[in-house]
Design a protein around this ligand. Structure first.
Ligand code: FAD
Length: 498
């Protein structure tokens, strides 16, 4: 069996990665342990503004928006950060459980030419100069040019590749469950000497920014444990005991559909690549779920690597392009790790931490810190280091409403097929990129509005921008085209001979 790329793991990261590769015409297969996309428990609770933009860049944001609830869910520790004044079409987060996010993503991937090997797992691999032999648990061997480990925090791919996973052991542990209760529980957050706990309902509505739970229905629990390092599978009895200890009653808890334990173990792969092996999502970074960044970071890893890997597989770019994946995405996750560690520290129950929490909240109520932290937590401030220049360089391209000779056009519409764009907002016909015309779309357009970036504020209007398929700006310039040929070669391969 042969495929150009094999992805181990079809969670959110693997699905997005497969979609991106299929869009670029790569023969890609996902090997997924689960027999179907169903997920035990609800897991991640939503999508950040930048992930919604990323989905919008592929024309699929509406599928998620139709099922989730738009709300100001961006936050830092216990402080809610309002982003409604941010210059983005998606100036909010989307509350939507991971089980629905995965179902919708799998629906999209199902429309693309992606091969699924479900109900089996990758058990090992051997890489050589020309490819990777991937061993699958059903005894098959699949030959691929590249193997991408999107197989979660306990990643076999990462371990088998011998990639170090340095970081910090857990400092806190919590039970997470979905259960039924005969009595109506007290919902919301409660702090006790053991730590912070939360009770909510799986089904809810958001009205006027407030979460409204109906009476009855499945209850979601997050109960901090009194000690770290418990390795025995948690049971209904553990939940009942914790509730009695921290709430004085177990509310008649029964019929759990899911019980698990999570910790704030914080680790990051030392390298995202070992020759023909690449890591993404939880396989590359794990941290506390506080702040809700895990799934979002994984999906954005996938979008950063997808087009690069496609170009290398199709031989339009050299293999070295893949090194920019680690260079760009490792610092992003390192910052996520740092922010989650800070948030975990702020959640501790201790009078001095209480004072610190109040101080940080006060700080974040000021406009400048709110904007900075909100841009970080919503993924809108990501800045890849592409050198000195215009503030747009290495930052996300805003989804502006353009005017073209053929009528109005949104920038994100140009990215639906994951193809790069050279956008000329100056003199029409001023650019010639014939040697890259097979890879890069050249669009002449006009835009008369303000140019504003989240947290940075207004920036000078550029004459022309080169936009990568992941929506980040690779070059900003004018009709002199200074540096354009280099940028085109760096990102989209050498020119085609006439
Ligand atoms: C309680 C909780 C709350 C969270 N809340 C949020 C939140 O609000 N926002 C957010 O962004 N993130 C949140 N997260 C994190 C989020 O769930 C993860 O970051 C996300 O699932 C990572 O996606 P992934 O695809 O990288 O890995 P996973 O979702 O772990 O997917 C890995 C996939 O690989 C498969 N697999 C594993 N090993 C193999 C193998 N050897 N061969 C084949 N298949 C294999 C697994 O079956 C699985 O489908 C939360 C996590 C938890 C636990």
């Amino acid at each position: 069996m042969r495929h150009e790329v094999v992805i181990a793991g079809g969670g959110p990261t693997g699905l997005m990665r497969a979609g991106e590769l299929a869009l670029a015409g790569v023969d890609v297969a996902i090997v997924e342990r689960r027999a179907n996309q169903e997920l035990a428990g609800s897991r991640a609770g939503g999508l950040s503004s930048r992930t919604l933009e990323v989905f919008d860049q592929r024309g699929i944001a509406d599928r998620f928006l139709a099922e989730g609830q738009v709300a100001q869910v961006t936050g830092f520790a216990v402080t809610r950060l309002d982003i409604s004044d941010f210059p983005t079409r998606h100036n909010y987060g989307l509350a939507l459980w991971q089980k629905h996010i995965e179902r919708i993503l799998a629906g999209w991937v199902g429309e693309l030419p992606v091969t699924f090997y479900r109900g089996r797992e990758v058990t090992g691999f051997a890489q050589d100069e020309t490819g990777v032999d991937v061993q699958v648990s059903d005894g098959q061997r699949v030959r691929a040019q590249y193997l991408v480990g999107c197989d979660g925090g306990r990643s076999l791919i990462r371990k088998a590749a011998g990639i170090e996973f340095p970081g910090w052991d857990a400092s806190t542990s919590a039970l997470l469950a979905e259960v039924e209760m005969t009595e109506e529980p007290e919902t919301g957050i409660r702090r006790t000497p053991t730590g912070t706990h939360a009770i909510g309902k799986v089904e809810y509505e958001i009205k006027g920014g407030e979460v409204i739970y109906k009476k009855g229905g499945t209850v979601g629990l997050m109960l901090t444990e009194s000690q770290v390092g418990n390795t025995v599978e948690p049971t209904l009895r553990d939940l009942s005991e914790r509730l009695i200890a921290d709430y004085g009653t177990d509310y008649g808890i029964h019929s759990p559909s899911w019980i698990t334990r999570f910790t704030d173990t914080t680790r990051q792969a030392a390298a995202y690549r070992d020759r023909r092996i690449l890591l993404a999502g939880d396989a590359a970074h794990v941290h506390s779920p506080v702040g809700g960044q895990g799934l979002n970071t994984g999906v954005q890893d996938a979008v950063n690597l997808g087009w690069k890997l496609a170009q290398v597989v199709k031989r339009t770019s050299p293999d070295s392009l893949l090194d920019t994946y680690h260079a760009e995405r490792h610092p992003v996750a390192a910052r996520v790790l740092r922010s989650t560690m800070a948030q975990v520290a702020l959640m501790r129950v201790d009078d001095r931490i209480e004072a610190l929490r109040a101080t940080v909240s006060e700080l974040l109520s000021m406009d400048e810190p709110r904007k900075r932290f909100a841009a970080m937590q919503s993924g809108l401030d990501i800045h890849y280091d592409l050198g000195e220049g215009h503030p747009l360089l290495g930052r996300r391209m805003p989804d502006l409403d353009l005017v073209t000779a053929n009528g109005p056009l949104r920038i994100f519409t140009l990215l639906h097929d994951a193809r790069p764009v050279l956008l000329n907002l100056g003199e029409p016909g001023g650019f010639g990129i014939t040697p890259w015309a097979d890879r890069v779309q050249l669009i002449d357009a006009k835009y008369d509005g303000m140019w504003e970036l989240p947290a940075l504020g207004p920036v000078t209007a550029p004459v022309a921008v080169l936009i990568r398929p992941d929506g980040y700006v690779a070059w900003v310039g004018d009709l002199t085209q200074l540096g354009l040929a280099d940028a085109l070669t760096t990102w989209f391969g050498p020119p085609t001979a006439a």
